[in-house]
Design a protein around this ligand. Structure first.
Ligand code: GUN
Length: 292
């Protein structure tokens, strides 16, 4: 069994981005600038946003941090998005989700200029991904593809099973795994809450991607000997074995599944560290006009 080290690949990609930024600055170009809008004070969202802003600094990006109270109106957010859309100083814009119930996430996402939509959530980016056209890829699927590529894991002709069909992970990763590219060219099956025989289907997977949002859903009896298992889950549980009093677990029962795998991503330290860096890679591509 080989561990896929997301922290190590994160460092590699981070160094590559930082190097490109310095080359841009040396040529007299401006530093990439990522704008992040956050509404309310949800603890997990605040932690993610803090991490995104901090990582921007580490690679030499500018960032624009915009915070609104929970009570902000949809109109005010839409006005701010329009202002950023037309601001040439800002290359990428994301709105941290989830949003309060009185604000439509769909409307807000559609208001973002798709050329600045570095989360890859705009229907134009999602549609272009489905058609195999250049687009901004959502951060988590992009991070998974980066890990498969850097570990040289063969995907062509393999059976890939994706657990989960969300717009953010399950659907885009299934498109990426089946598209005519490397990594890609896999035969993909998507499983979800209405799937029958999920165990048998998983057992047939050469590559199993778990993004189902249920702690330790994938057990050893669901995994083929020699499979590659990618765990997207993040579940915080109380623990008396750690200093913080918390432990992070995934969608995969790691201890029993790992023994059967050729490759597996740990949680934490697998897919997680790849997501923010993929967002910054998109921001770099936006600043360099490489996608549009
Ligand atoms: N909330 C959870 N994941 C994400 C993400 O990738 N982007 C944004 N904007 N919000 C999120």
């Amino acid at each position: 069994m080989k561990l896929i080290d997301g922290k190590k690949i994160n460092q590699e990609v981070k160094a590559e981005i930082a190097k490109e930024v310095e080359e841009m600055v040396a040529k007299g170009l401006k530093r990439p600038n990522l704008a992040v809008i956050m509404v309310g004070e949800d603890g997990a969202s605040a932690t993610y946003v803090g991490s995104k802003i901090r990582t921007c600094k580490e690679v030499g990006f500018e960032s624009t941090d915009i915070n609104y109270p929970e009570s902000v109106t949809e109109e005010e957010i839409l006005r701010k998005i329009e202002e950023i859309n037309t601001n040439d100083e800002i290359d990428g814009l994301i709105i941290q989700l989830p949003l309060p119930k009185h604000i439509s996430e769909d409307k807000v996402i559609e208001a973002i200029d798709y050329k600045k939509d570095v989360d890859g959530f705009h229907p134009i980016n999602a549609g272009r991904l489905a058609m195999g056209l250049p687009s901004f890829l959502p951060a988590t699927p992009a991070g998974i593809i980066e890990l498969l590529a850097r570990y040289n894991i063969e995907t062509e002709g393999k059976n890939c099973v994706v657990l989960g069909r969300s717009n953010i992970v399950g659907t885009p990763i299934s498109l990426l795994m089946s598209r005519k590219a490397k990594p890609g060219n896999a035969t993909v099956t998507i499983c979800h809450s209405r799937t029958k025989n999920i165990k048998e289907i998983c057992k047939n997977a050469d590559i199993l991607i778990a993004a189902i949002g249920q702690m330790e859903f994938v057990t050893a009896d669901m995994v083929k000997e020699g499979a590659t298992v990618i765990d997207v889950g993040i579940h915080r549980v109380k623990s008396d074995q750690t200093k913080s009093g918390w432990k992070i677990k995934g969608d995969v029962k790691f201890d029993e599944v790992a023994e059967k795998c050729e490759y597996i991503t740990p949680v934490p330290g697998g897919v997680g560290p790849m997501t923010i860096i993929s967002l910054l890679k998109n921001t770099l591509l936006a600043a360099q006009n490489k996608i549009y």
